[in-house]
Design a protein around this ligand. Structure first.
Ligand code: NAD
Length: 492
C-alpha cells in the first residue's frame, strides 16, 4: 500500500481533495511506486488563490532579483541531476542516458530564463510627435498554468514555468498523473531554493484538474502539451474563457532519404540517425521519426537492410541497466495499442522485416523490441496515426516532390527531416514542407531553449509557441504610454 502523493500549494505539502487515485508503476518491472490522487476543483481553487496572492508581490520584485532564484535553481538541479534522472527512468522507463539528456534540457531552460531582464525589455521612441515620447513595457499578467504529458516528466514543465515565473507571473503545474514523482522531486528542489510562498504550485490530477485550470477566472493563460484530441479540447475550453492558450499536440513525423545520403560514409550515419530518432525513448517522443520515405529503389533497399541490421543489435531492457539501448513503453495499454497498429498494418499489406512483438515475453515490464515494417502505403492506418512506439515504417517514393506532397497531406505537422548533402534540395525541402520544426540530417530537430518550439496544423493550437523569445510574448502583455511634458522654458 503506497501513500497518496501531496500537492504543493502556497509553499506547503498538502493533502489532495481527490477521492480517486491512479497507480504509478515502474514500467520496466511493474513495481508499484506511488498513487497519484485525482484532484478536484477545490485543489485548483486553493492553488490559484495562493498563486494570485503571491503575484501581487512577485510582480514587483525586480527582474534581476527574480532571476537570482533561477541561478540558484540551476546549480541545485546540476547537483541533483543524477537522482532526478534515475527517478525519471524508474517512473517513465527511458534509459538513464535519455533521462540525463532530458534533465540537461530542463536545466538549459532555466539558464535561458536567467536572461529575462534582457529578453523582457520593451521599446521606446522619442518625438513620435513634437515633444511627445512613447514607451512600451512588457508586464507579467498573473497566474499561468501548465497541463503536462507523461513523456518528458522533467523537461516539458521546464519549457514553460521558469519563463513564466522569471517574467513575474505565478504558476500552477498539473503534472501527468502517470509520472508525478519527477515533479514532486522538482518541487522539493524548488522549495529548497526558497521561492516565495505561492509563486510555484503543484496540483496532481487528471482531466478534472485540467478542466478546472482552463475555466478558473483567475488563470490568465494555459500551456498544454499532450495528444491532439485533448489539445483541441483544452484550446477550445480555455479560449472560450478568454485565456491565452498554447496547446502542443501529437505528431506523425516523416524522414526523407535521398539517394546521395545512402552512399559511402553517409549511409551508416543516415540509417543510424533515423533509427535512433524512431526508437529513442521507445518512440515516445513528439519529435520521434515514424515514417521513412526513401527516394528510389537503391535507397529503399539499402535503408531497409541497414535498419534491420541495426535493430538486431539493440538491447531492450530496464533503462537503469547500462547495456540497455531501449526501455519499455509506459503501460500495458500503450504496448497493446502499438502491437495492434502493427498487426493491422500487416493485415493491410505491410511487410514485417523485424517483429518487435517477439522475444519480449521473458521481460517483466511493458516491453516491445524495435520493429521494421516496409511497403507502407499512404492510406494504411499506421501511415496516418501517431504510433508513439518503436516502429520503423519504410516506404518508397519516386522523387523529393512526391515525398513533400506526402508530408503535406498529413494533418499533423510537428517535424520532418531530410537526409541529403545537397544544399539546393535541402533548401527546397525546408521552404515547402508544412511541419515547422525541420531537420537536415538531424533526426530529432528539437529547438534549443533560446529558440521557439512548436509544430503547426494539428500539432499546435494557438498563436505563440513555447520557450525562447516566444515565451516573453506568451507570458507578458504590452503596455504603451505616450508622454507629453509641458516644457519648462528655463531648461530649454
Ligand atoms: P494526453 O493528451 O493523454 O495527456 C496530456 C495531459 O492532458 C495530462 O496531464 C492528462 O492528465 C490531461 N488530460 C488527458 N485527457 C484529458 C481530458 N479529456 N481533458 C482534460 N485533460 C486531459 O497525452 P500523453 O499520453 O500524456 O502524452 C503523449 C502525447 O503528447 C503524444 O500525442 C505526443 O505526441 C504529445 N506530445 C506533444 C509534444 C509537442 O511538443 N507537440 C511534446 C510531448 C508530447
Amino acid at each position: 500500500m503506497t501513500s497518496l502523493l501531496k500537492n504543493f500549494i502556497d509553499g506547503e505539502w498538502v493533502e489532495s481533495h481527490g477521492q480517486d487515485s491512479v497507480d504509478v508503476e515502474n514500467p520496466a518491472n511493474m513495481q508499484l511506486l506511488a498513487s497519484t490522487p485525482l484532484g478536484t476543483s477545490e485543489d485548483v481553487n486553493a492553488a490559484v488563490k495562493a498563486a494570485a496572492k503571491a503575484f501581487d508581490s512577485w510582480k514587483r520584485v525586480p527582474a534581476q532579483d527574480r532571476v537570482q532564484y533561477f541561478f540558484a535553481l540551476k546549480s541545485h538541479l546540476e547537483k541533483h541531476s543524477e537522482d532526478l534522472s534515475r527517478l525519471i527512468t524508474s517512473e517513465h522507463g527511458k534509459t538513464l542516458a535519455e533521462s540525463k539528456g532530458e534533465v540537461r534540457r530542463a536545466i538549459q531552460m532555466v539558464e535561458t530564463a536567467c536572461g529575462i531582464p534582457t529578453l523582457m525589455m520593451g521599446e521606446n521612441f522619442e518625438d513620435i510627435g513634437s515633444g511627445i515620447d512613447c514607451a512600451t513595457v512588457n508586464r507579467p499578467m498573473g497566474v499561468f498554468a501548465c497541463i503536462a504529458p507523461f513523456n518528458f516528466p522533467a523537461m516539458i514543465p521546464f519549457w514553460l514555468w521558469p519563463f513564466a515565473v522569471a517574467c513575474g507571473n505565478t504558476y500552477v503545474l498539473k503534472a501527468s498523473e502517470r509520472v508525478p514523482l519527477t515533479s514532486i522531486h522538482m518541487f522539493e528542489l524548488i522549495e529548497e531554493i526558497g521561492f516565495p510562498k505561492g509563486v510555484v504550485n503543484l496540483v496532481h490530477g487528471g482531466k478534472e484538474v485540467a478542466n478546472a485550470l482552463c475555466t478558473h477566472p483567475q488563470v490568465r493563460g494555459v500551456s498544454f502539451v499532450g495528444s491532439t484530441p485533448v489539445a483541441k479540447h483544452i484550446y477550445q475550453t480555455a479560449c472560450h474563457e478568454g485565456k491565452r492558450v498554447q496547446a502542443l499536440g501529437g505528431a506523425k513525423n516523416v524522414m526523407v532519404v535521398l539517394p546521395d545520403a545512402m552512399h559511402g560514409d553517409l549511409e551508416k550515419k543516415s540509417v543510424a540517425t533515423a533509427v535512433e530518432s524512431i526508437t529513442g525513448c521507445a518512440g515516445e517522443r513528439c519529435l520521434a521519426g515514424s515514417l521513412v520515405l526513401c527516394v528510389g529503389d537503391e535507397a529503399y533497399e539499402k535503408f531497409k537492410d541497414g535498419a534491420v541490421k541495426l535493430v538486431e543489435t539493440m538491447v531492450t531492457g530496464d533503462g537503469l541497466d547500462e547495456k540497455t539501448n531501449m526501455g519499455p513503453l509506459i503501460s500495458q495499454k500503450a504496448k497493446d495499442r502499438v502491437a495492434g497498429l502493427i498487426e493491422r498494418a500487416v493485415s493491410e499489406g505491410a511487410e514485417i522485416l523485424a517483429d518487435g512483438r517477439e522475444g519480449v515475453d521473458d521481460l517483466p515490464g511493458y516491453f516491445l523490441r524495435p520493429s521494421v515494417l516496409a511497403g507502407i502505403g499512404k492510406t494504411m492506418e499506421i501511415a496516418r496515426e501517431e504510433v508513439f512506439g518503436p516502429v520503423i515504417l519504410v516506404s518508397k517514393v519516386r522523387s523529393l516532390e512526391e515525398a513533400i506532397e506526402w508530408i503535406n497531406s498529413i494533418p499533423y505537422a510537428n517535424t520532418c527531416t531530410l537526409f541529403t548533402n545537397s544544399g539546393g534540395k535541402a533548401r527546397a525541402f525546408t521552404s515547402q514542407v508544412d511541419p515547422s520544426m525541420i531537420g537536415i540530417n538531424i533526426g530529432v530537430p528539437a529547438p534549443m531553449a533560446f529558440f521557439s518550439f512548436g509544430g503547426s496544423k494539428e500539432s499546435f493550437f494557438g498563436d505563440i509557441k513555447a520557450h525562447g523569445k516566444s515565451s516573453v510574448k506568451f507570458f507578458t502583455d504590452t503596455y504603451t504610454s505616450i508622454y507629453r511634458w509641458h516644457s519648462d522654458s528655463s531648461i530649454w
